[in-house]
Design a protein around this ligand. Structure first.
Ligand SMILES: Nc1ncnc2c1ncn2[C@@H]1O[C@H](COP(=O)(O)OP(=O)(O)O)[C@@H](O)[C@H]1O
Ligand SMILES: [Mg+2]
Length: 203
């Protein structure tokens, strides 16, 4: 049963990554602008908030427009940094204006180690999570390495959790994602069309 489930996840991941690549540059740019507008509309970019964003890999929902707006609103931004690739461990470090970029061997852009200063997840108000596929219950497929599942493990059940918001194109929603025990569900998903909350939403 587990094997079939894992195979189904693999197929879904493959299919949605393919579908995501069919979006045109214009569609991506429009969606990026809409996403920033949606965050404002929901009053999620208050001055002084500590927000973890991500630096998009090719195909992923690009947050540049949102990042620019959040910086204009004087939010403090952080990005993932892989501290141990073998153990698939990441932490969040400050996104400084003009931080030099390097490409990690996993393929994702990340900041040069000069700017490395880790922040505890307890100090974050919001974490934006990249998505390959999601469903209405907030179940998520990522790129398949489990970085976010590991880093957010435990957060979902605690009081001090930050607001966890997945970010995806609306077209990345599917009817059902088969989940495994370690998967951390998303209470919220923001798309270019608006904010969705799932059965995992409590507050
Ligand atoms: N909290 C965790 N502790 C240990 N291993 C984990 C944890 N979360 C995920 N993993 C491992 O990471 C791998 C990838 O997880 P998966 O959920 O398939 O990827 P993704 O969430 O990126 O789509 C799995 O083999 C899983 O066992
Ligand atoms: Mg997972």
């Amino acid at each position: 049963v587990q094997t079939a489930l894992v195979a189904e996840r693999h197929a879904l991941r493959h299919q949605l990554r393919h579908q995501r690549r069919t979006l045109s540059k214009i569609q991506r740019q429009h969606a990026a602008q809409q996403l920033a507008i949606q965050f404002d509309r929901h009053r999620l970019l208050k001055p002084g908030l500590h927000i973890a964003v991500y630096l998009a890999m090719p195909g992923e929902f690009d947050l540049k427009a949102l990042i620019a707006r959040a910086q204009a609103r004087r939010c403090h931004l952080y990005v993932p940094h892989i501290i141990n690739a073998a153990r698939r461990q990441m932490r969040f470090i400050p996104l400084l204006v003009n931080s030099p970029l390097q490409r990690h061997r996993w393929g994702m852009p990340q900041l040069h180690r000069l700017s490395r200063r880790m922040i505890s997840i307890r100090q974050l108000d919001m974490v934006l999570v990249p998505i390959v596929a999601f469903d209405a219950n907030g179940n998520r497929l990522g790129m398949g390495a489990g970085f976010y599942d590991r880093h957010l493990a435990g957060v979902a059940r605690s009081q001090w959790r930050p607001r966890i918001i997945g970010v995806a194109y609306a077209m990345q929603q599917v009817a059902h994602i088969p989940t495994l025990a370690h998967d951390v569900p998303l209470p919220w998903v923001m798309t270019e069309q608006g904010l969705m909350h799932s059965g995992h939403h409590r507050s």
